[in-house]
Design a protein around this ligand. Structure first.
Ligand code: GTP
Ligand code: MG
Length: 366
């Protein structure tokens, strides 16, 4: 029977082997170590925990590994802005982009994730904005998964709130460093000291208190402190030494997708490896298509996109869910094969899920 090495699996999914092992322990497989292999069925279950499916198309999926290698060229950091509703995430991003997104949003509430590549004085940075509204936990979780650094915004007049705590948990879960921005320091009722105390209770201890967390004091409205925040991000990014291969077929993650009446499926994707071109054949989840057009989030037409670039991709035959991976394949025939394989896998999984208790099955394997 086929077996899958724990180390290979961790590598393919871009998660630490220790996390994978802990998950297997949690499923009752207590004797598993990094040197072991698991059968395909177990691998499918644990992969599903991380939002992946195991596929018998290794010749294609292998090319995907590149996205998580520490080799290749230096790339721009991907920074996700998180925090409680109305604490100023979109306003900060606006200030950095010098545009006016927050003012144009329905009710001033971010409805979806926006991704932008911004040239700062400290170099290019990809920013991802997330909604702070409680209903969008899954989006924040997906945001954390593509992120190199989380900027946690906490309003100085409000402090640590439920979504702040949830964002901290997502960042820790994804093992992503957090840079804190205490925002709205221009407001007369702001109380930075109180917020710092609250953050300490969450395990985020500022450098001036002997801890390791960078805490910037900013006003997204006036711009005070924003440069210092950008400098902290540049320092963090340098420490992480982020790299990605720039050659070869592109791979990355779907940030959001929608069906537009005039343009068809519009998927905002983040390229994480290789170079994406107009004309490429792309597979994402159970959808595929030839790239008809690539646009920057600002609407500018481009011919190609390198790692750490968000682009709008036109040409998929359906809207893949946010957080799904995409990759470029050699031909439309390959794309069809992969898609039908994935559909088959899903159907099989659905029938398994409706069968006897999963946990029972895993436990009885011991
Ligand atoms: P959601 O997307 O709904 O989670 O909110 P958000 O975190 O993106 O907050 P947003 O940027 O929309 O800001 C909410 C309100 O706070 C707006 O009215 C902003 O003008 C205001 N605001 C944001 N930053 C500051 C600041 O530094 N100072 C002051 N005085 N107001 C701010
Ligand atoms: Mg917002």
């Amino acid at each position: 029977d086929e077996a899958i090495q724990i180390s290979d699996m961790a590598h393919q999914m871009g998660v630490k082997a220790s996390r994978l092992i802990r998950t297997l322990w949690g499923m009752g497989m207590r004797n598993i170590t990094i040197n072991n292999a698991v059968d395909v069925e177990t691998a499918e279950l644990v992969a599903a925990e991380f939002g992946y499916t195991i596929e018998n198309v290794s010749f294609q999926e292998d090319e995907f590994i590149g996205a998580y290698e520490d080799e290749g060229e230096l790339r721009a950091p991907v920074v996700t802005i998180m925090g409680h509703v109305d604490h100023g995430k979109t306003t900060l991003l606006d200030h950095i982009r010098k545009s006016q997104v927050a003012g144009g949003e329905a009710g001033g509430i971010t409805q979806h994730i926006g991704a932008y590549r911004v040239e700062t004085d400290q170099g290019p940075v990809v920013f991802i904005d997330t909604p702070g509204h409680e209903a969008f936990g899954a989006m924040r979780s997906r945001g954390a998964a593509v992120t190199d650094i989380v900027v946690l915004i906490v309003a100085a007049d409000d402090g640590v709130m439920p979504t702040t705590r949830e964002a901290i948990a997502h960042a820790k879960e994804a093992e992503v460093p957090i840079v804190v921005a205490i925002n709205k320091i221009d407001k007369p009722d702001s109380n930075v000291g109180r917020v710092e105390q609250m953050l300490m209770k969450e395990g985020l201890v500022g450098e001036k208190f002997g801890g390791e967390t960078t805490i910037a004091h900013i006003s997204a409205k006036t711009g005070e402190g924003v440069n210092e925040l950008l400098e902290s991000l540049a320092v963090q990014a340098e420490v992480l030494e982020l790299r990605a291969p720039v050659e070869g077929p592109a791979a990355g993650t779907v940030i959001e997708s929608r069906v537009d009446k005039g343009r068809g499926t519009v998927a905002t994707v983040l390229v994480q490896a290789g170079e994406l071109h107009k004309g490429d054949i792309v597979v994402a989840n159970e959808f595929s298509g030839k790239v008809r057009g690539l646009y920057t989030p600002a609407g500018k037409k481009v011919k190609n996109a390198l790692p750490s670039t968000p682009v709008e991709l036109l040409g998929l035959d359906g809207a893949p869910p946010a957080g799904e991976r995409f990759h470029v394949v050699d031909s439309e025939k390959d794309a069809r094969q992969i898609v039908s394989h994935r559909r088959e896998q899903r159907r099989r999984k659905e029938s398994v899920l409706s069968g006897p208790s999963l946990l029972e099955r895993i436990k009885s394997k011991k």
